[in-house]
Design a binder for this molecule. Structure first.
Ligand SMILES: Nc1ncnc2c1ncn2[C@@H]1O[C@H](COP(=O)(O)OP(=O)(O)OP(=O)(O)O)[C@@H](O)[C@H]1O
Ligand SMILES: [Mg+2]
Length: 320
């Protein structure tokens, strides 16, 4: 089966500025793809081209197999799009606005009523459904935008910073909504919140200056972090120098830092991110020290994000 969303060599120049410089990827049903990158990297510009709202300088996009330019009507039938900042018809109420969108999408009265009700429920905007949109708070406006995007239950969702401006409870709700919808859809979300990527996305694409610099599962990206497989342990019974010495002698340990005197807490960085927890534990056991606490770091996405987009290689793994 063809991918539900397909970008092929998308590029956009504005005068002398190349905002997007040849981006290709596909998103399959069931995937939630996180679209990451620093401010100005080209995320929103790419999303506008994906959804047919901006004509690319080069390349093309397909939604459910339909070209967004030459088969725009069919493509849009399968697409829900939450634009950045969500410009809305501010003098309408959410119910009026959503009914208007439903009519524009060709739903009849009965189907429209049901779709509007469902979208209002899913985004928890029932309490403000009859209040003019321009009087709503930022978070509620964002949720009205989201209701608009999911109104016709499309197979493809492109959401530009869907949780921007929401309070922590609402962020949680929106993430849950996206997760619940995920199995039947192909979803792309842009975000600056890396924990959102970990909570929600099966795949992450990082772009920098208009180009893809990484495309993999979040766990895969985390593995590139200098903290991946880093072991932090607290032991009782050895003095700091003895603990440092014993752990530094463990095979494939690159560096050890110790703190404290009573119980000593040590942080152990492995070479090339290999797992060293077992030999570290054996070393502690051989010395007859008591293990008080132990944690293994899965790695940190923000390290990898910064390394990919600033070129600071120190943030990646400690080499041999
Ligand atoms: N209509 C336009 N005319 C000129 N330049 C533009 C236009 N739209 C975007 N740009 C420029 O293209 C680049 C990419 O912008 P874009 O909005 O896609 O970034 P972004 O990754 O979404 O950033 P953010 O994280 O801040 O939302 C920026 O340098 C921006 O100033
Ligand atoms: Mg943007």
């Amino acid at each position: 089966m063809a991918a539900l969303l397909e970008a092929t060599d998308l590029a956009k120049t504005f005068g002398h500025l190349t905002a997007v410089n040849g981006i290709s990827f596909t998103v399959e049903k069931g995937e939630v793809m996180g679209f990451l990158g620093p401010n100005g990297a080209g995320k929103s510009t790419t999303m506008k081209m994906l959804t047919g709202f901006l004509r690319p300088t080069r390349g093309r996009a397909r939604i459910a197999g339909f070209d967004v330019e030459s088969q725009a009507i069919e493509a849009k039938r399968h697409l829900g799009y939450l634009p950045e900042g969500a410009p809305l018809y501010v003098d309408m109420t959410p119910v009026e606005f959503l009914s208007f969108v439903a009519a524009a999408r060709g739903l009849d009265r009965r189907a429209s009523g049901q779709a509007v009700e469902r979208a209002i429920d899913a985004t928890h905007i029932g309490g403000v459904a009859h209040q003019s949109i321009d009087t709503l708070s930022k978070g509620f406006k964002r949720r009205v935008g989201l209701a608009q995007a999911i109104l016709h239950d499309p197979e493809v969702l492109v959401l530009d910073e869907p949780t921007d401006g929401l309070d922590p409870n609402q962020k949680h709700e929106v993430r849950r909504l996206i997760r619940d919808m995920a199995p039947g859809k192909a979803i792309v979300i842009s975000t600056h919140i890396l924990e959102e990527v970990e909570a929600l996305c099966s795949r992450a694409i990082v772009i920098d200056r208009g180009r893809v610099v990484a495309d993999s599962a979040p766990e895969e990206l985390r593995r590139r972090s200098r903290h991946h497989n880093c072991v932090t342990l607290t032991v009782q019974g050895g003095d700091p120098d003895a603990v440092r010495g014993a752990l530094q002698a463990v095979d494939r340990v690159a560096r050890v830092e110790v703190a404290g005197t009573g119980p000593v807490t040590a942080t152990v960085w492995p070479r090339d991110g290999v797992a060293v927890v077992e030999p570290v534990l054996q070393a502690v056991h051989r010395q007859g020290w008591t293990l008080v606490e132990l944690a293994v770091d899965p790695g940190r996405l923000d390290d990898v994000f910064r390394s990919l987009t600033t070129g600071d290689a120190d943030l990646e793994k400690t080499g041999s």
